[in-house]
Design a protein around this ligand. Structure first.
Ligand code: HEM
Length: 110
């Protein structure tokens, strides 16, 4: 999905390049949500909820909110937030080669 790809590219380039920290890394986010939510359906629902409505009250990474400010709200449709959250749990974003492994696959798909 082009929108999903766009956000991931934006997100990963910004954070994995690690020149300026503007937000927690996607791997940190996944780890925080995995430690709070299981099974996968709960993880997906929680990530979706935050994506659709990013508010301080529901944030679990309070230190990140203090450090970086609240994440901007993206106007995602339900299917898009679901696709993003599902992708996050299915993909090994925590390994270093993730971007170089996954990006060509996404390019081929869209
Ligand atoms: C697919 C794209 C994205 C996903 C899945 C995503 C997801 C998340 C999640 C789940 C959190 C943790 C929330 C919590 O504390 O419970 C978070 C935090 C954050 N994100 Fe994103 N995000 C995305 C894109 C972006 C973009 C594009 C920006 C900036 C332009 C951004 C900036 C931030 C910041 C500053 C935080 C830390 C403060 C906060 O929790 O709001 N994110 N993100």
């Amino acid at each position: 999905m082009a929108t999903r790809l766009k956000y991931f590219v934006f997100y990963t380039i910004g954070h994995w390049a690690n020149e300026v920290n503007v937000a927690p890394t996607i791997a940190e986010i996944k780890s925080a949500y995995l430690s709070e939510y299981s099974p996968a359906e709960d993880f997906i629902a929680a990530v979706q909820e935050f994506l659709v409505n990013p508010i301080t009250e529901s944030a679990i990474m309070k230190e990140s909110v203090s450090n970086y400010g609240l994440m901007p709200k993206m106007r995602l449709q339900l299917a898009q937030s679901n696709a993003i959250a599902s992708y996050l749990i299915q993909t090994q974003v925590e390994i270093d080669s993730c971007f170089s492994d996954e990006y060509p696959k996404e390019q081929a798909r869209v």
